[in-house]
Design a protein around this ligand. Structure first.
Ligand code: GCO
Ligand code: MG
Length: 399
């Protein structure tokens, strides 16, 4: 008698900044349930509706063991496939089914993927600052905490604009000056590099804030600083420009958090145009496609660096960790350091010690969810403003 899906529920909670979306699948076996991450923080209502109104009726009664069949049929059940909302909804189901399979097998999910290649996943921390000295201070602080890999930003993404030259009547928005950002950040990276030991690995996130040719120049200018990787130098809409970067410099490139379709990452992998795949696992549809992409990338000498910001739930970070412990081509893991309130809502949230993220080796993902506590922090509606980016002349820019 197969164990089947008895109920599918969506837990929406916002305990600290980001709105988090977790799917809970309750099975026909008393006490057996799984958790999955479906977090698309900017469109949480849409994901919630996709799960409750479209996936749940489709899933009730299905055999929990058939993860692949459920992933494939869920992806095409609405005929049109992929996209951030549907992928996140399916991811919540997919990751929950992997959690269930691990619990049924009495094994952590990394065992189901092929077992450990490492005891813990090396993580990178986020150092920022208003000027190059403040960034350097924060880099040194993180290094003292044991992080060997540190991302350096100066004024977040796109930097801070020192002077606005917008024309009369320009629209409101989050203004930045791409070329001022590039000049300032390259100076900061050079300063940090000159004042840290060579073994301190530096990373930087361009966050698609430069026009393509300036991104090529930025990667070339950054080459002497031997970055561990330069992230999102281009937007997904400019994928063909990766060839230009690769032809002109050896700065390692990471890309993927914005990807929602395999046709975005497969060409970059096949032509070895990037060095790290950085997809947001729930944006690509869950553990099933992430495992496939990691194995495919490994055949081309490309490593993993799964997206791991504050708008991935602790369940999503746990899924990242199981992939990280297994993948022979693991690169690095982004980590955002949840506060105690979040860890209280999600018992078993991965722990980072001395720059490494450790599993707890409980069956499944090894994480749980206190729904009563989560309910105390309902998701708040908000019109996102940081993505309303504009160039100095007031024209819209990708965030
Ligand atoms: C990163 C990402 C994030 C995104 C955020 C969008 O490298 O972690 O760029 O900071 O901007 O996840 O909601
Ligand atoms: Mg990024």
């Amino acid at each position: 008698m197969p164990v089947t899906i008895r109920d599918v529920s969506t837990i929406l909670t916002q305990p600290a900044g980001s709105r988090l979306i977790v799917v809970k699948i309750v099975t026909s076996q008393p006490g057996l349930y799984g958790l999955g991450c479906a977090t698309f923080t900017q469109r949480f209502h849409a994901v919630h509706t996709a799960i409750e109104k479209h996936l749940k009726p489709f899933l009730i009664g299905r055999d929990v063991d058939r993860i692949e069949d459920i992933w494939q049929t869920s992806m095409v059940n609405g005929y049109w496939r992929n996209g951030p909302v549907l992928n996140n909804a399916i991811s919540g189901v997919d990751i929950a089914l992997w959690d269930i399979k691990g619990k049924r097998a009495g094994m952590p999910v990394y065992q189901l993927l092929g077992g450990k290649c490492r005891e813990a996943a090396a993580c990178y921390a986020h150092a920022d600052g208003g000027d190059r000295n403040e960034v350097l201070d924060n880099v040194l602080k993180f290094h003292e905490q044991g992080y060997q890999h540190i991302r350096v930003q100066m004024g977040g993404y796109g930097g801070r604009t020192s002077r606005l030259r917008a024309p009369e009547g320009a629209q409101e928005g989050a203004y930045y000056d791409p070329r001022e950002y590039a000049r300032g950040v390259l100076d900061m990276i050079g300063h940090v590099r000159a004042n840290t030991a060579p073994h301190v690995e530096l990373l930087h996130d361009v966050h698609e804030r430069l026009v393509p040719i300036d991104a090529v120049q930025f990667a070339k200018d950054a080459e002497p600083f031997k970055l561990f990787f330069l992230e999102d130098p281009l937007a997904p809409e400019d994928l063909e420009w990766f060839r230009n970067i690769r032809r002109q410099c050896a700065t390692p490139i990471a890309m993927g958090e914005l990807f929602n379709h395999p046709r975005e990452w497969t060409p970059l992998i096949q032509d070895r145009l990037i060095d790290f795949i950085r997809m947001h696992v729930s944006q690509m549809g869950g553990l099933t496609p992430a495992r496939n992409a990691a194995a495919f990338a490994g055949m081309y000498g490309i490593r993993t660096a799964w997206h791991g910001p504050g708008d991935v739930s602790p369940v999503g970070h746990a899924a990242n960790l199981h992939l990280d412990l297994w993948a022979p081509n693991f690169g690095i893991q982004e980590w955002c350091r949840f506060d105690d309130r979040v860890s209280e809502i999600f018992p078993g949230t991965p722990e980072v010690r001395g720059g490494y993220m450790y599993p707890n080796d409980r069956p499944g993902l090894g994480i749980d969810l206190n729904e009563d506590l989560a309910a105390k922090y309902p998701c708040q509606d908000e019109i996102i403003d940081w993505t309303q980016t504009r160039l100095p002349d007031g024209s819209p820019a990708r965030p």
